[in-house]
Design a protein around this ligand. Structure first.
Ligand code: CA
Length: 236
């Protein structure tokens, strides 16, 4: 089934190159060069048609992409991937907190955009199904149902806090989870500023689960934003 994607981007050259890449991948791509154009396309979808994912630029000729993100979050669950030349980490965090699924800084590789689109689409499927209970990536396996973490089939003992952090990342594997989200969910809302807890516990998790904790393969850092557990190998 072909997935329909709305690309909101005023840079014609980027629109054209993404159009080509996405159609090769089998996506049904619609494009809009402004917020007004995007809103009109979303409003005037043919009966029974939906947009499965929105790729959204921030700087648009008639305003900021954030306003469309807010409208999409109010009206439903369409995943949104923000693409922007702006690298300020504060803004990344804000957009993720506002409900963007992911954030790519321009220039980005098409392969990376495609991979993150697959994750976002898969995740929306998961959101209406039971939560992810099983994760595996290379030698690492996490079974949330059995509360078991294994490395090369050997059980690894985690402390309750380490396990809670791991489980939180597993539930959103492949996606970045911000420092604030992790702190709020694992330690509680009153601890959202204690980023040193995270540094400490991520260090412990990496020491137990990574071959080389200086070059992690599973527990990835998104500098200044949060952490991302590498996408699960499991096909489902
Ligand atoms: Ca732009």
């Amino acid at each position: 089934m072909s997935r329909s994607v709305l690309l909101v981007e005023d840079d014609r050259a980027l629109r054209n190159s993404l159009r080509e890449a996405l159609s090769v991948e089998g996506y049904d791509l619609k494009t809009a060069a402004s917020l007004a154009d995007a809103r009109a396309q979303l409003r005037n979808l043919p009966m029974g048609k939906t947009i499965d994912l929105v790729v959204l630029d921030l700087g648009l000729p008639d305003g900021e992409g954030q306003s469309l993100l807010a409208e999409l979050r109010q009206s439903g669950h369409t995943p949104v991937i923000v693409i922007s030349a702006r690298e300020a980490e504060g803004q990344k965090i804000q957009l993720l907190d506002q409900g963007a699924d992911d954030y790519l800084v321009k220039p980005f590789g098409i392969g990376e955009l495609l991979a993150r689109m697959r994750v976002a689409l898969r995740h929306r499927g998961h959101n209406i199904e039971p939560a992810v209970l099983h994760y595996c990536h290379g030698a690492l396996e996490v079974d949330l149902k059995a509360r078991k973490v294994q490395l090369s089939k050997v059980e690894v003992h985690l402390t309750p806090t380490e396990y809670a952090l791991m489980a939180r990342l597993v539930r959103q594997a492949g996606q970045v989870v911000t420092h604030r989200q992790l702190l709020a969910d694992v330690w509680g809302a009153e601890h959202v500023d204690q980023t040193h807890y995270l540094r400490l516990y991520m260090g412990q998790l990496r020491a137990k689960l990574e071959v080389n904790s200086a070059d992690p393969q599973h527990l990835l850092t998104e500098p200044g934003v949060g952490y991302r557990l590498a996408e699960s190998d499991a096909t489902d």
